[in-house]
Write a protein that binds this ligand. Sequence first.
Ligand SMILES: NC(=O)c1ccc[n+]([C@@H]2O[C@H](COP(=O)([O-])OP(=O)(O)OC[C@H]3O[C@@H](n4cnc5c(N)ncnc54)[C@H](O)[C@@H]3O)[C@@H](O)[C@H]2O)c1
Length: 450
Amino acid sequence: MSDSISSLRDRVKDRSALLGVIGLGYVGLPAACMFASAGFRVHGVDIDAGRAELIDSGRSPIEGDEPGLAELLEQVVASHRLSAGSVHTDLADADVVLICVDTPVDADHRPRFKALRAACSQLGSVLKDGALVIVESTIAPGTIDNVVRPALEDSSGRHAGVGFHLGHCPERVMPGKLLRNMRTMSRVCGGSSAEVADVMVALYSTFVEGDLDAADCLTAELVKTAENAYRDVGIAFANQLALICERVGGDAWLVRQLVNKVPGRDVLLPGGGVGGHCIPKDSWLLAAPLGEEAEDSLLAVARRINDSMPAHVAELVGDLVGRGKQGRVAVLGYAYLENSDDTRNSPSAETIRLLSERGFDVAVHDPFVSEHKGDVMEVLRNADCAVLMVAHRAYRDLDLKRAADVMRKRALVDARGFFGVEALRQAGFDYRFIGVGSTAATYEEAPGPK
Ligand SMILES: NC(=O)c1ccc[n+]([C@@H]2O[C@H](COP(=O)([O-])OP(=O)(O)OC[C@H]3O[C@@H](n4cnc5c(N)ncnc54)[C@H](O)[C@@H]3O)[C@@H](O)[C@H]2O)c1
């Protein structure tokens, strides 16, 4: 084992290694907090100076429901284990640097990795000799070798494996469960050599309770993108089945329940679209090595089905309000995920855009998103149709009878199967669920969405 790796392993084990984190978003902030609470001294850098300043003062910029995060942040900042700023040169002493920047795809579905390339060259210019750079961001297969390694080598003037070490440990968190996921989920520790992977296992074992599987960087890249693409394809299947059920007057919720009685079958739930920073782009990241053929892949077809769901929700609203008629629509939920403030690639945003395009006056409510907080009844007032887009816990307490009273027309599209059929009926709503044909033979009796 090289001297630098063996001394790094010792410093990881006795927690004297200094850690840097580049990008303090949904992944970088909780990761920085977890390593700080495991006993490391951590410095985080984010190009958003306001965000870094807030974090440095011990306050979390994440407004969604994140159990334990605000408290942990306050604690690790107060104990001087975590600091934050917006200057990359402050990472000059770091022994290990985690890169947690955003990795979107462009409009042509190709990753350009602008933030990742920038982070690598900003870091490379100050990178300490023998440091370990771990990319936590999700990246296309081959990115460590084709993008990260050359960017760091060019900016640092050193060679990977000699002047610095490289690893890829993709994150598996979901907003709403950031700390819990980080602590309990298993992780793939892809290293540029077996020794590097071994140090990574030692590092993450300071707080991860799940399995830590040592691997190479390419395997880690493939595993992460595959797990998200698998989910996207699974959701696309559920949505495709739902659209077929609607076409023939069936009930996808009942069909799903009965199909899932067969061992090994696990049809997912249909819905109004797939959002967030990750799932909508990770299929494209996995498909990226296919080049132009990516557009003909199974992954691309699944993407198109899931991307078409907001338009389908807008269709269902049109059905309920009456063809060619316009009016006011109240959209409940703007985040892409329940109980989160994360609005990236929100299917609600696309649904709202399409409804507005059809001439509807759209009002929006979301208990977690600053610009849409407020009294839900005021958003529903005089609406000709409501659309439940996000299964936020807060909507469990929604008084459907009162909602029906303040609305101009008692019509509701439930894009998540959130409200019970019985509750909607009792409140006098005319309603549509994704996947339930309005003429379904079983419509009156079917279990339907609960
Ligand atoms: N959000 C999730 O639930 C989740 C889960 C698993 C994996 N991931 C992956 O983790 C990565 C980060 O996702 P996220 O949700 O935390 O993104 P994010 O947008 O919340 O955070 C990224 C942060 O990086 C900062 N940044 C960008 N370029 C920078 C630079 N050069 N230097 C310093 N800071 C910079 C941005 O200002 C931002 O605050 C992505 O690859 C994503 O796919 C995200």
